[in-house]
Ligand binder design. Sequence first.
Ligand code: SAM
Ligand code: DTB
Ligand code: SF4
Length: 332
Amino acid sequence: MPDGSPSFTRPAPSSVDTRHDWSVAQVQALLDLPFPELMFQAQAIHRATFDPTEIQISTLLSIKTGGCPEDCAYCPQSALHEDGVKAEKLMAVENVLTEARKAKAAGASRFCMGAAWRTPKERDMETVCAMIEGVKELGLETCVTLGMLDDAQAHRLKQAGLDYYNHNIDTSPEYYGQIITTRTYQERLDTLSNVRDAGINVCCGGIVGMGENETDRAGLITALANMPTHPESVPINLLVRVEGTPLAHADEVQPLDFVRMIAAARITMPKSRVRLAAGRENMTDETQTLCFLAGANSIFYGERLLTTPNPQAQRDRALLDTLGMHTTGIGL
Ligand code: SAM
Ligand code: DTB
Ligand code: SF4
């Protein structure tokens, strides 16, 4: 805390219990708590493990856009959906570094590079490793999301200096088959264990608003919370409904139901960074604030996610200022 800042109540970190044996019913019971009780529990845990006024910011860049062979129903980058996203080639390393410099100047602490691949090809791995090395040299944390990885690919990324790998389980094991048919849940878990075994931090979360029921929402949190090691970063995305994708007209999520998901992630994964990820463009400042109060302490920062808009940096700065919140590392 900077000098002169007000102090805030924080229980001792030792009081936080990290469990990996949640039942879906227990997580469901959390989601069903009276809202004030759920928020109190989430805040108590948040304050024991983190500074509740601090937020980590990551900037995303799509280094290879569109033309993806997978059929993820939510995704505008699948070649199987007619949504206007055109397939592009992998970006040149220098152009990626130019974007990373801009992100650093704007105050991001982590730079996340996403590619619309099922799995990276050999020659692409070389280019991506050069990007990771270059971004690291700028003093930013690195994250990539490239699809499925085998053991050797994970080790190669680690050698290049990769800090985080993002690979989401997206939804509950039961609902997964309604959303993706070209890649199994088990294949996702295998990639995650290859990443973990290579010593790379794991970024893994899911999406709310894909037509899943309440049990599926509890199932998503349970699957994340019961991983042998909790993911260091847990992105909770609100579906960005893109015209032309099969989920373009999915039912809207009630804002407080989304806040409940953030709180459940915070309570079950006390030491993880919970990210209020995609979907902020269509959220009020008040909903975002409730997400921060529920324990979200990371956001994507910058005008674009991968292919869809994210709030303007100025709006985010104004919101954080209003709330008296500050960012990790380099300030905004
Ligand atoms: N192709 C790689 C993969 O799927 O593993 C990496 C990129 S993919 C776009 C990364 C994640 O973005 C997906 O797993 C999904 O959780 C999220 N995502 C994609 N489209 C989204 C949307 N319309 N709304 C919210 N999240 C989305
Ligand atoms: C994650 O969980 N969300 C990000 C990131 N990881 C790669 C992606 C959100 C994508 C939203 C739709 C788009 O912009 O294409
Ligand atoms: Fe491809 Fe990833 Fe989009 Fe699925 S989420 S279609 S794998 S880019």
